[in-house]
Ligand binder design. Structure first.
Ligand code: RB5
Length: 150
């Protein structure tokens, strides 16, 4: 898959470590920054990755900040994005299987590098189950659509 990844300064080291991990799994990785660990604003990087996924330029997005929360809130503002904050492999599995999440966010100040790799691997290899879950995703999309016309 083609994976877009970005972080803020708090997630920079973990993002840097996850790029070769993803490449090792056979994915094409687009690193959308930042290039250094200088202080930056997480919404700027959430927007870059969310836009790439929403536009179909990337199959999945990965966003790392201190808690993963700011990235998740910001990415979910983009139409068509279903971003999930994951700190365990169970959540990573079921947000793919049931929510068809297309962006994962993680907190580098919450989980260590080893767990981040396990979570990401689970997220990327788990397919969406469809069926009744597709109906629910459709309802989320309807809320999004209705709100954009208010
Ligand atoms: C940066 O200090 C921190 O606020 C950010 O990385 C993130 O945790 C926000 O949700």
């Amino acid at each position: 898959m083609r994976i877009a990844i970005a972080s803020d300064h708090a997630g920079f080291d973990q993002k840097t470590q996850l790029v070769p991990f993803l490449q090792g799994l056979g994915h094409e990785v687009v690193d959308m920054g930042p290039e250094t660990g200088e202080r930056v604003d997480y919404p700027d990087y959430a927007e870059k990755v969310a836009r790439a996924v929403a536009a179909g330029e990337a199959d999945r997005g990965v966003l790392i900040c201190g808690t993963g929360i700011g990235m998740c809130i910001a990415a979910n503002k983009m139409k068509g994005i279903r971003a999930a904050l994951c700190g365990d492999t169970f959540s990573a599995h079921f947000t793919r299987a049931h929510n068809d999440a297309n962006v994962i966010t993680m907190g580098a100040r919450v989980i260590g590098p080893g767990l981040a790799e396990f979570i990401l691997d689970e997220f990327l290899k788990t397919p969406f189950e469809g069926g009744r879950h597709a109906r629910r995703i459709g309802k989320i999309a309807k809320i999004e659509e209705d709100e954009s016309h208010v």
